[in-house]
Design a protein around this ligand. Sequence first.
Ligand code: ATR
Length: 289
Amino acid sequence: MFDQLKNSTRTNIICIFGHPIQHSMSPIMHNVAFKDLGLDYVYIAIDIAPNNLKQAFDVVRALDIKGANITVPHKETTLKYVDEISPLARRIGAINTIKNENGRLIGRNTDASGAKKALKEANININGKNIMIIGAGGAARALAHSFIEEVNNLVIINRTSDRGKTLATELTKVYHKEVLYKKFDNKIFEEMLPSIDILVNTTTIGMFPNILLSPIPKNYLHEDLTVFDIIYNPLETQLMKYASEKGCRVLGGLDMLIYQGISSFEWWTNKTPNIELMKRSVLNEFVVK
Ligand code: ATR
């Protein structure tokens, strides 16, 4: 990675904070794009446990780190530690990108537009559809807020009731449209999935290294369902495998990763990266060497 550094006294540092972080492909795709454009930037993944997050942002200021991506499980807590929050990120209640402008940390959310662009490119239309989102963390917030105005019905499923209820209540209030919350339970999937058009998994169930797990058993899926799993490592999750076997339309998280990453990259550098190159760099990582 470091072979691209041009001037070690001026190199701009970008990082990603997550816990865990070993699944992340963001360093690969951003470093490839920095190098391609001849930018003196480096992108580093850092594992930060939740109780060290505040100190991590102090370090960002102290070291003049130019920007960061924020991932599981810090997207919501980060709101407390930045100096300015974009209106969209504030409405969503989650930040996935930070820019350091002369010591002021500004937070934005690029997950929402990244997910919508990925769906659009895959010709998946959410308009008038019945949607089920599993999870109520930062990613679920971004997707729910960006979908709600277009869909027919939205139901949030979550393991922790408080978090799920809070999100559903908030959406209902902000958009004047009733959003249901149901507790994560196989009985709920059995009951509700027959009337769902698009199922979105935003939980980490099935993410590397736990690749054999699926949030939903295969027998509750049906062929009229579109399944969007925002996990990109592995490229095909167990849920996606089950969905394909059942004849569902299936979309994984790679394109959302790329599109949210492009928005962040453009914000940090004011340059447009080569999307195909970024995508190829991630795909190459999955080729068995
Ligand atoms: P992000 O901000 O990227 O969305 P997150 O805030 O950690 O990440 O959210 C992860 C989601 O996955 C949460 O909805 C979490 O459920 P809880 O709110 O109950 O924690 C869900 N999740 C993770 N592991 C899970 C598991 N084993 N079973 C059910 N839900 C799980």
